[in-house]
Design a protein around this ligand. Structure first.
Ligand SMILES: [Zn+2]
Length: 449
């Protein structure tokens, strides 16, 4: 490309970037919020090291929904939650309820988690991490069973709130995410890696009323929601960011989704003040960006959803699993017990896991890509390279959080995300090296490319 061509391309890009929001009438949008703070103290998720259940709350945890209705009348819903993760069972049941009540099909529903480590333990998620007594197990099970109804209620409130809106897409930045895969002579350890890749963009979809006020904003950040590790329920930085936006812009519902932050942590961390500070930085970045018109989004939304079989590396022998029942690591013992029970029940261990990939295209203007699991940053970088960073919004922790999702690079490097974490998620082995091509290839297929 010569200089004239570059200048011409820049002029075209600037023209696209500053195009005004579309006229009202094409979209309706609505938002709804339901409190999901446990009504009693219970075991918290995220850290194996906790020795006691929760002790009160800093602020409420929420399930929220945003619903978009395009000119054809088709509705699409995104549920966000202040929770550690999501399970296939929870998102499938929520999808069933939402389809039954509102005719929103599975491919048009995204169910996501903020990955707060100060939320309740969930049935079916990270179960190897906990050794619950009967009372705690009952509380976790009751809480989990009630969740689909609450998430569907958030969608119901958003549907009831539908009104004419314009949709805009824009991005900002926040600086507190740092790559946490620290390279040492002894291997990759969890720490701080200032030269590691990170995605500090803050993508957002803004739903604006006819008077210009913001009805709802869906925003993302690619960073573990792990400033805090204490005993009170709290949405961590993502909870504070949502509260900051809603406080600064009364009448706005702020919904957080996690990006591909599987290998990023907030830095620094571990105090309530820092969680609030990171939340204010992120919320402030969103609130500032909302004041300017973004790029108008056209409909329709073309929604695609597929579960692919994501292959695991070779399973252990039965003898190896039986030997692990006496492993000095209690978590390896627990995993072995569960895997042997699965072996007995099904006659073999599954050689893959179902993995959800979802792609929504807003006209020609935006690819909203939602991936399951704790996705590392390489996926966002690659998808933005291949689809264009100016029109790509990548969400992780979506629909099912069954494990970490390493890239091929991270899988080869080893460390917590591709190896050690599999113990807590109950995987018998790391993912197969085909993981990255399987996922990226599926995104391209769903996007029709
Ligand atoms: Zn995590």
């Amino acid at each position: 490309m010569n200089r004239t061509m570059i200048n011409a391309a820049l002029i075209v890009l600037c023209a696209v970037g500053s195009s005004p929001a579309r006229a009202a009438g094409e979209w309706k949008a609505g938002a709804g919020t339901v409190v999901i703070t446990p009504e009693q103290d219970m075991w918290m998720s995220g850290y194996a090291s906790r020795k006691a259940p929760s002790s009160g709350k800093i602020h409420d945890l929420h399930a929220k929904a945003i619903v978009f209705e395009d000119a054809s009348g088709a509705k699409s819903a995104i549920v966000t939650t202040d929770l550690i993760g999501m399970t296939k069972a929870l998102s499938d049941e929520t999808a069933r309820l939402v389809n039954e009540k509102f005719g929103i099909p599975r491919e048009r529903l995204m169910v996501t988690a903020s990955h707060t480590h100060c939320g309740p333990a969930l049935g079916g998620n990270l179960e190897v991490m906990f050794d619950l007594d009967a009372e705690q197990a009952r509380r976790v099970s009751e809480y989990t069973e009630a969740l689909p109804g609450k998430m569907a209620e958030a969608v119901a409130r958003a549907v009831a709130d539908l009104g004419e809106a314009t949709l805009e897409w824009t991005q900002s930045e926040a600086g507190f995410a740092v790559n946490r895969r620290q390279y040492t002579l002894g291997g990759v350890v969890l720490g701080v890696n200032p030269i590691g890749p990170v995605d500090r963009s803050v993508p957002m979809i803004v739903a604006r009323r006819a008077d210009g006020s913001v009805k709802a904003v869906l925003f993302g950040y690619a960073c573990h929601n792990t400033t805090l590790d204490f005993q009170q329920f709290c949405g961590d930085y993502a909870g504070f960011a949502q509260a900051h936006i809603e406080g600064a812009s009364p009448g706005t519902t702020a919904l957080f989704v996690s990006g591909c932050g599987g290998d990023a942590n907030p830095n620094p961390r571990r105090t309530l003040d820092l969680a609030r500070q990171h939340g204010n930085e992120l919320g402030g970045a969103v609130a500032r960006a909302m004041r300017e018109p973004g790029r108008g989004l056209d409909g329709p939304i073309r929604g695609q959803f597929r579960e692919v079989a994501l292959a695991l590396s070779a399973p252990p022998s039965r003898e190896k699993l039986e030997a692990q029942l006496a492993d000095p690591d209690v978590y390896i013992q627990r995993r072995a017990k569960r895997l042997l029970a699965e072996w007995d029940a099904k006659g073999a261990l599954a050689d893959s896991k179902p993995y959800p990939v979802q792609v929504w295209q807003f006209g020609e203007g935006l690819h909203l890509i939602a991936l399951g699991g704790e996705v590392v940053v390489d996926y966002a970088l690659r998808l933005k390279h291949e689809f264009g960073a100016e029109k790509t919004f990548v969400i992780g922790y979506a629909n099912d959080v069954m494990a970490y999702i390493p890239s091929l690079r991270v899988l080869r490097e080893g460390g917590y995300e591709p190896d050690i974490s599999n113990i807590y998620y109950g995987l018998y082995a790391p993912w197969a090296p085909t993981i990255e091509e399987t996922i990226i290839g599926t995104v391209h297929e769903l996007a029709g490319r």
